[in-house]
Write a protein that binds this ligand. Structure first.
Ligand code: ATP
Ligand code: MG
Length: 229
């Protein structure tokens, strides 16, 4: 998937706490270059998913800012955000609607061809073809797709519009090791031109990256290349 836009993300002294709570993140300073691959690691509850929500401008830092090419991400309109960020969340869900709509989210600017391409990318073409109405099969009940297949659908949803920045929050958590390897290698090949932020619990299931950021107690404990850490 070729992608040309230059996107540079910058975290400037970011501190964050939820409405009623203590600091989750403190003094986060980080620059992510266009096309850089960064993996965030850290214990449960350290604030990794929160950091992703901040990155996409879904929540606002308590102090400090996050900018994309100098623009505060929190100020970017939602429609623009969807073109910029492809997000695979830890707790994805399916909606009422057809299989195709799970991927397009009913965005009319997304073509059938793009949906088919995304489906093929995650290796679900055959399975979906086996459903009664293929891509137009309604997903009215929850057992049409296995947990892992839902994860694959959510990846298709994230990449369908070919956004320059992908945020992958533990995308291999629900996959068996063979599917995991497949997804990791496919993403790797397809991702050269993308900026990728990923969250990983296990270093073994990590997508190859340039930089690892280790979070501890809400702060960046260490940053470096995977070889150095
Ligand atoms: P995990 O590895 O389990 O996914 P995480 O590193 O992604 O953890 P976060 O989900 O970012 O951690 O949560 C960081 C902290 O913020 C936790 O203490 C969590 O309980 C708290 N938290 C997360 N979401 C909310 C929310 N919506 N309101 C209040 N507190 C929250
Ligand atoms: Mg999380």
């Amino acid at each position: 998937i070729p992608r040309r836009e230059e996107v540079e993300l910058s975290f400037n002294n970011v501190t964050f706490h939820y409405e009623k709570g203590t600091e989750v993140l403190e003094n986060i300073n980080l620059r992510i270059n266009s096309q850089e691959k960064v993996t965030f690691v850290g214990r449960t509850g350290v604030g990794k998913s929160t950091l992703f929500n901040l990155t996409m401008g879904l929540i606002k830092p308590s102090t400090g800012s996050i900018t994309l090419n100098g623009i505060d991400v929190y100020a970017i309109p939602n429609l623009e955000k969807r073109k910029l960020f492809g997000y695979v969340s830890q707790n994805f869900h399916l909606f009422k609607g057809t299989v195709a709509e799970q991927i397009s989210l009913q965005d009319e600017s997304i073509t059938r061809e793009q949906v088919e391409k995304a489906l093929n990318f995650v290796g679900l073409t055959e399975y979906v073809a086996s459903l009664e109405n293929g891509l137009d099969t309604p997903v009215s009940h929850d057992n049409l797709f296995s947990q892992g297949q839902k994860q694959l659908l959510s990846i298709a949803r994230a990449i369908v519009a070919n956004p320059p920045i992908l945020l992958l929050d533990e995308i291999t958590a629900n996959l068996d090791s063979i599917t995991e390897e497949k997804i990791v290698s496919v993403l790797q090949k397809a991702s050269e031109a993308h900026t990728i932020l990923s969250i990983s619990h296990r270093l073994s299931s990590m997508i190859a990256c340039d930089t690892v950021v280790i979070l501890e107690k809400g702060r960046i404990k260490n940053t470096g290349s995977p070889e150095d850490l």
